[in-house]
Design a protein around this ligand. Structure first.
Ligand code: FPP
Length: 250
């Protein structure tokens, strides 16, 4: 029997100085990718899950410390029951299957989004993965699951209002530093670069507050075709950009 090991990966170019530390990705195009091959949409999602592993593994080589990926939006419940159930089952399987590899690679996993609508088994797996990887520091992987930027701001505002009502927060003290402390992402830096695959040029309710000063890359590649080389190239091209955050270059 021929024993097949993992294919040997070509080394990626060294990270460029000033490259992005936090990259957020809208992984779009799984459905079209599957349809082009005459396969069910879920086949595209399964293929997309393999790309997640490839990109997470490339992060240390590319100099990315924080990776945030949009796995399921608050709007995705509108899809057929078959697709939603298939995605939920994929997330459960992905977590069960990948926990060890993620932990061995020193990846710390967090989830953002509203967990209330998710099934109990998935929530348990999410909690366990967060707990098991909680001491890791090599890559911070954040998975947005039942996440919507507007929903996040609404939930944050509700908690903030409760703190005001109960006298824990003085309304006069609320400023741009206060609200982010109530967001799901409160422990994360803002993304430097947001990538969306599949040729659509919109942000679809992803990290609305956090991406105020992010650079965007809208690329035609469908998510299941996205490679570590393309990820590396996009991060390198970010390193050459002139970000002024509304100021002037000195
Ligand atoms: C958008 O493509 C993709 C999704 C709604 C799901 C993203 C999920 C994955 C990549 C699966 C794996 C993720 C994890 C964390 C295991 P689409 O279905 O909208 O594609 P289309 O626009 O071509 O229809």
């Amino acid at each position: 029997m021929i024993k097949r090991g993992k294919p040997k990966l070509e080394p990626l170019p060294a990270p460029s100085p000033g490259g992005p530390k936090h990259v957020a990705i809208i992984m779009d195009g799984n459905g079209r990718w599957a349809t082009q091959r005459g396969r069910p949409r879920l086949f595209g999602h399964h293929s997309g899950a393999k790309r997640v592993r490839e990109v997470v593994e490339a992060c240390p080589d590319v100099g990315v410390e924080y990776l945030t990926i949009f796995a399921f939006s608050t709007e995705n419940w509108k899809r057929t029951q078959v697709e939603v159930a298939g995605l939920m089952s994929l997330f459960r399987r992905y977590i069960s299957k990948e926990t060890r590899a993620l932990n061995d690679r020193g990846v710390r996993v967090r989830f953002i989004g509203d967990r209330v609508k998710l099934d109990a088994k998935l929530i348990k797996l999410m909690n366990e993965l967060e707990e098991i990887t909680s001491h890791n520091t090599s890559v911070h992987l954040t998975i947005a699951l039942n996440y919507g930027g507007r929903d996040e701001v609404a939930r944050a505002t509700k908690r903030l209002a409760q703190d005001v009502a109960q006298g824990r927060l003085d309304p006069e003290e609320i400023d741009e530093e206060t609200l982010p402390r109530y967001l799901d992402t409160y422990v994360l830096p803002d993304p430097d670069l947001v990538i969306r695959t599949s040729g659509e040029a919109r942000i679809s309710n992803f990290l609305l507050w956090q991406s105020a000063y992010a650079e965007y890359e809208f690329i035609d590649t469908l998510w299941p075709d996205f490679t570590r080389e393309e990820f590396s190239r996009l991060c390198a091209s970010y390193g050459g950009r002139d970000r002024r955050f509304g100021g002037v270059k000195t």
